[in-house]
Design a binder for this molecule. Structure first.
Ligand code: GLN
Length: 309
């Protein structure tokens, strides 16, 4: 595909949803996120052969929030492989991302690595033989190495705001610790988790950083293997089934691609063997996924005819 046709796909998809921009509700349970302009909208596509197209605020960094769980999952799978599944399941939860109720019934083993409880276990595993600072640095190094420039960092205002209001996440870690599924201190686990959720990246950065998932774990631009094909397939499957919490079925139905959302309003979708699409629009639906971002991805998937089916 040429850059011109990529631009055409992205342009006509984004124009078709333009009257929706500004709808939804920004995440206000993290005070620093409540201040983001709801009218922002960005989208980017990057293909395996390096062709790209961007729309709107595609270069503006935003809080990636739960999208960061894809990076911590990649690092943890590289660190301990399938042993992860002794501490976290890989089933859709059907519950809100920060739900407590299921965790008690299932004795402290989270349903999957993308709900908060599961990602908190990932942070605990990243802390093995590391301090909170070096764990966070490991994630940033991973991203900066792929991007090839040292410019991805944490939005410290968001991180502080999250840490100060992390009551639910703190309950989840305390409960899992009581079930012996957390090895480090509650505060160290929260520190790593809230900081990686507060990484700031643009749509273009996100598309670049997840290109390896469209090519079975191999990054075709830097010519590096990031993860084995087998583990890359697992990440895509979990994105497909669990990437949008209790709206994962709706996202799969409408978009038909593995994806991961965050309450900052970003969504990344993987098109296997083709490339990556990232959208950003801060207004969320009731499940905490970007309302306009989902519509934009639905339009892009429809116009491009990209799907995994
Ligand atoms: N940091 C957010 C939280 O823990 C992430 C949630 C999300 O993006 N869905 O609540």
């Amino acid at each position: 595909m040429t850059n011109a046709s990529l631009n055409q796909i992205l342009d006509s998809a984004c124009r078709s949803i333009q009257d929706q921009i500004g709808s939804g509700k920004v995440a206000d349970y993290i005070p620093a996120l409540a201040r983001v302009d709801i009218k922002k909208f960005g989208a980017s596509i990057l293909t395996l052969d390096g062709e790209s197209a961007s729309f709107g605020d595609a270069k503006e960094p935003f809080s990636i929030q739960s999208i960061s769980k894809v990076f911590s999952l990649t690092l943890v799978l590289n660190q301990i492989g399938d042993k992860l599944w002794e501490r976290v399941h890989h089933e859709p939860s059907g519950n809100a991302f920060n739900s407590i109720v299921q965790l008690e019934m299932e004795r402290g083993i989270p349903r999957n690595p993308f709900i908060n409880a599961g990602a908190l276990v990932l942070s605990d595993i990243l802390l093995k033989d590391r301090t909170p600072d070096t764990s966070i640095q490991t994630i940033l190094n991973f991203l900066n190495e792929i991007i090839g420039e040292k410019r991805i960092g944490i939005d410290h205002e968001v991180a502080l705001s999250e840490l100060e209001t992390a009551h639910r996440n703190s309950s989840l870690v305390h409960f899992m610790k009581s079930c012996n599924n957390i090895e480090n201190t509650v505060s160290d686990v929260l520190n790593v988790y809230c900081n990686h959720c507060s990484i700031a990246m643009s749509c273009e950065d996100l598309s670049r950083s997840m290109l390896f998932l469209a090519k079975e774990g191999f990054d075709p631009i830097s010519n590096q293997r990031i993860i084995s094909p087998e583990l890359a397939r697992r990440i895509n499957s979990i994105m497909m089934l669990c990437g949008h919490y209790d709206a994962s079925g709706d996202f799969a139905y409408r978009v038909g691609l593995p994806g991961k959302s965050g309450v900052g309003g970003g969504i990344v979708a993987i098109v296997p063997e083709v490339g990556v699409i990232t959208v950003w629009s801060p207004g969320l639906n009731k499940n905490g996924n970007s309302l306009v971002g989902t519509s934009a991805l639905e339009a892009i998937a429809k116009i491009s005819n990209w799907n995994i089916l």
